[in-house]
Design a protein around this ligand. Structure first.
Ligand SMILES: *Cc1c(COP(=O)(O)O)cnc(C)c1O
Length: 431
């Protein structure tokens, strides 16, 4: 029997010892045990620190968005800052009566006021808003939808599938490129029809050009059934009164909540984290009786957001009502930044980094809003592809590559993060 002692080289370290050696990563011991076990199982204990770092980088973390896509789906759409004390909140307490209250009341009123609706309620996202409206108002009944609007939008929101889940019956009307008010009328007047409402869906993420025609809300509103407009983007008012000057050109064609209601939509549904610029949520706004039926539906219990989201949305809506959106809503601050300001910053970043070129760029609204349109921007261009090195920076920088050059668009970068860009560019050696 051999009595030779195992040396460190031929005996793997214990999982526990290896996990402890990774403590400086700051990850919990239980996670490090998994990492250590994987490294040992792979026969490569020395890879444990990289594996721990690899895990750490899968956690949600803040990054600098230099893509020029303002609402970047992979980066959580609209950036929004919100602080809440670790204190109990009056989520469902009415301070006046001391009785149980509605978590929706105040924020619903603010949302309604912000878009000129009688009432509004808030759910977890716009997909939930559409599902709830259909389930509450149209289960077991017919809902005509234009064939041109039976669309799929981002993360697998597909109109026919949402319709099916809600229990409402989709009635296809018109054609993929042209649908007129008479197409809807025929669906409503068809023998045996039981139309609960007409759904108009904004095809947010693509544009059909040429021989196309859709039926505007004001014409649909003459049909005698409630019109629900899924406007998607959450633009509250087409006149963007919170921006200095005229509405930006790229917003033309985006349906807005206030104007859709004004011309006769009974309800509008939209996302909180697209052009509204706030936390992920969905809003149903419009006629009080219909909003109330949505609020009473049993699905509401499953779709309602928590206090953190309601608190963030409340802060956002107060900023809209105060009209100090540009100061408080990062999305609209990015939109409002003059291009010469971006050019000046790009020049300063290039000078500080000692490399790259300041060049004009085109930024995009993103999140499927306003497809095919851009807004003038400015940024820094580096020769070669430096995406991986920029992502590896301590505060990761997300950029884009075009024609063999890395471009960092400053419209989507908070000016306070310009020094991060400088460091990341230098570390990436982007010469
Ligand atoms: C984005 C969008 C949705 C889905 O909204 P989520 O908030 O992502 O659930 C639905 N309908 C339209 C028209 C949209 O633009």
């Amino acid at each position: 029997m051999s009595t030779r002692r195992a040396t460190p080289a031929d005996r793997p370290p214990s999982v526990d010892a290896l996990a402890r050696s990774l403590a400086s990563s700051g990850l919990p011991h239980a996670v490090l045990v998994d990492v250590a076990r994987e490294a040992i199982a792979a026969g490569d204990p020395a890879s444990a620190p990289q594996r721990a770092e690899g895990f750490r980088r899968t956690l949600l973390m803040p990054v600098v968005n230099a893509t020029g896509v303002l609402l970047h789906t992979n980066l959580g759409r609209a950036p929004f800052e919100f602080h809440q004390a670790a204190r109990p909140q009056t989520v469902e307490l009415d301070l006046v009566t001391g009785e149980r209250g509605s978590r929706q009341r105040a924020v619903g009123q603010l949302a309604a006021r912000a878009c000129g609706a009688e009432a509004a309620i808030v759910v977890n996202n716009n997909a939930a808003a559409v599902l709830l409206v259909l389930a509450a108002l149209a289960a077991g009944r017919d809902v005509p939808v234009s064939r041109g609007e039976s669309v799929e939008i981002g993360g697998a929101f597909r109109v026919p599938e949402v319709m099916e889940q809600s229990g409402a019956r989709l009635v296809d009307v018109g054609t993929t490129n042209r649908t007129r008010v008479d197409d809807y009328r025929r669906a409503i007047e068809r023998p045996g029809a039981d139309v609960a409402l007409v759904l108009k869906v904004h095809p947010s993420n693509f544009r059909v050009e040429g021989f196309v025609e859709d039926t505007p809300v004001d014409e649909l509103a003459t049909l005698g059934v409630p019109v629900v407009a899924d406007i998607g983007s959450g633009l509250l008012d087409a006149n963007v009164p919170w921006l200095p000057g005229a509405p930006p050109a790229w917003l033309a064609g985006e349906p807005a909540a206030r104007q859709s209601l004004e011309v006769g939509a009974a309800l509008v549904t939209f996302s909180g984290d697209k052009l509204l610029g706030g936390p992920q949520c969905g809003i149903v706004a419009g006629r009080a009786d219909l909003v109330e039926r949505c609020g009473r539906h049993p699905l509401m219990r499953a779709l309602r957001p928590g206090g953190l989201v309601l608190g963030a949305l409340q802060e956002l809506l107060l900023a809209y009502l105060r009209r100090d959106v540009v100061d408080h809503v990062p999305f609209w601050r990015m939109v409002a930044t003059p291009v010469d300001e971006l050019a000046r910053r790009a020049g300063a970043v290039v000078a500080a980094a000692g490399t790259g070129a300041a060049v004009p760029m085109d930024a995009l609204p993103g999140a499927g809003s306003a497809p095919g349109v851009t807004m003038p921007s400015f940024g820094v261009e580096l020769e070669g592809d430096h995406l991986a090195a920029l992502r590896a920076h301590s505060t990761p920088v997300i950029a884009r590559v075009r024609e063999g050059r890395t471009s960092l668009d400053l419209r989507t970068v908070d000016p306070a993060d310009d020094p991060v860009l400088v460091d990341a560019i230098r570390a990436a050696g982007g010469a």
